[in-house]
Ligand binder design. Structure first.
Ligand code: NAD
Length: 356
């Protein structure tokens, strides 16, 4: 029997352990170029050629050269596309599902927990004017300046100050971790996520908003934690920005395309909202002359690395991706499937049919 072929479209295995696991299991590996996960252009044709006849594709994020329908169609045997990271917006998941192919991903706590911590850090940095206070002392000979006052976040018993309202859009792994971490601060938390039950809102102390516009109208901070889908693409746009309070800030650590950047830039430049903290952008990296790079302290930007912390990295995601590939080649379904609706169809094609 010929060896199963695995196309590693964006290799990210510094130790070589994952590749060795696959080779030891009897796979032939075809490696994509080391720089394909960086923004260096689109390699669809070359990738489709390399994917021809493959049983599995795996790799890290590859946004500039996504796994398109053409690449998926390059092999009739294709069982699985295994991503090492949480996001699968660089895979045509709809096409994969239609073709009966599993898409798996790596929702590791170091990644989603890191995003939650980074989201809160960015939110508090804006609310507490941390950068401004520091810079004021380092660049002037001044001391206290009332312009440097921050925002008290939680409610206060003694004078009835109600605290601010945090609006969480998307109460999945990251959104609910943000709620769990912020709960002791005593702020009001409201959430919008039509796909999770009331019990989850209750579990994390989040009040369910009637609809998105209610959340936008009531929140002092709006934080986005949705997956990027047709429905959530530009969920924040000129119309929804207009529903926000003029004093509110927007935090986006989800995906750049969840926000209509043109509309956001207009809202910031014309004081329609008070500020924004952005880790993700429609096009990454942002251009050298991006208006975001020139904005004042009302805007906090970071290079899509809000969850990048020492000791985190891809280690666990890489292991899960490799295990998912091995399982699929054995005719088994790993626990990390993203398009779970395909499982029955997949089982009827490959279930129990091992090629290892
Ligand atoms: P998740 O799947 O656990 O949660 C996403 C939530 O969004 C789900 O609860 C879902 O019901 C909800 N949702 C879907 N459509 C919605 C809609 N129209 N309105 C409101 N809610 C909706 O995902 P997660 O792991 O929490 O990740 C959330 C986001 O963070 C994703 O976009 C992911 O790509 C992104 N992310 C970013 C980084 C980074 O480095 N900045 C790292 C990891 C993940």
């Amino acid at each position: 029997m010929a060896k199963p072929k695995v196309f590693v479209f964006a290799p990210a295995d510094p130790t070589g352990n994952a590749h060795k696991m696959l080779e030891d299991a009897g796979c032939e590996l075809i490696l994509g170029k080391a720089n394909w996960d960086t923004p260096q252009g689109n390699n669809e044709d070359e990738m489709a050629k390399m994917a021809t006849g493959c049983d599995a594709l795996m790799g890290t994020s590859i946004r500039s050269s996504p796994i398109t329908q053409k690449i998926l169609q390059a092999s009739k045997n294709l069982r699985i596309v295994a991503k090492f990271t949480i996001g699968v917006d660089d895979v045509d998941v709809d096409a994969a599902t239609e073709m009966g192919i599993l898409v798996t991903h790596g929702p590791t706590e170091s990644n989603w927990g890191g995003v939650a911590e980074g989201t809160i850090t960015n939110m508090l940095t804006l609310l507490k004017k941390t950068r401004e206070r520091d810079r004021y002392l380092k660049t002037t000979s001044g001391w206290r300046d009332m312009k440097l006052q921050g925002t008290f976040v939680g409610h206060r018993e003694e004078d009835g100050y109600p605290g601010i309202t945090l609006g969480i859009i998307g109460l999945g792994r990251i959104g609910s971790r943000v709620a769990k971490l912020m709960r002791p601060w005593g702020m009001k938390m409201i959430g919008y996520d039509p796909y999770v039950p009331d019990s989850k809102f209750q579990q994390f102390g989040v009040e369910r908003a009637k609809d998105l516009s209610t959340l936008l109208k009531q929140s002092d901070v709006v934080t986005l934690h949705v997956v990027l889908t047709k429905e959530t693409r530009h969920i924040i746009n000129a119309e929804t920005l207009a529903m926000m309070k003029k004093t509110a800030i927007l935090v986006n650590t989800s995906r750049g395309y969840c926000v209509d950047e043109k509309a956001l830039i207009d809202a910031l430049q014309n004081n329609k909202i008070a500020g924004a903290a952005l880790d993700v952008f429609e096009n990454e990296p942002i251009a050298a002359d991006s208006p975001f790079r020139k904005m004042d302290d009302r805007v906090l930007i970071s290079p899509h690395m809000v969850s990048s912390n020492y000791g985190s990295g891809l280690k666990t995601g890489l292991l899960w991706g490799t295990q998912s590939v091995i399982a699929a080649l054995k005719g088994e379904v790993s626990p990390y499937v993203y398009n779970t609706e395909v499982i029955d169809q997949w089982k009827s094609r490959f279930g129990g049919k091992s090629i290892l």
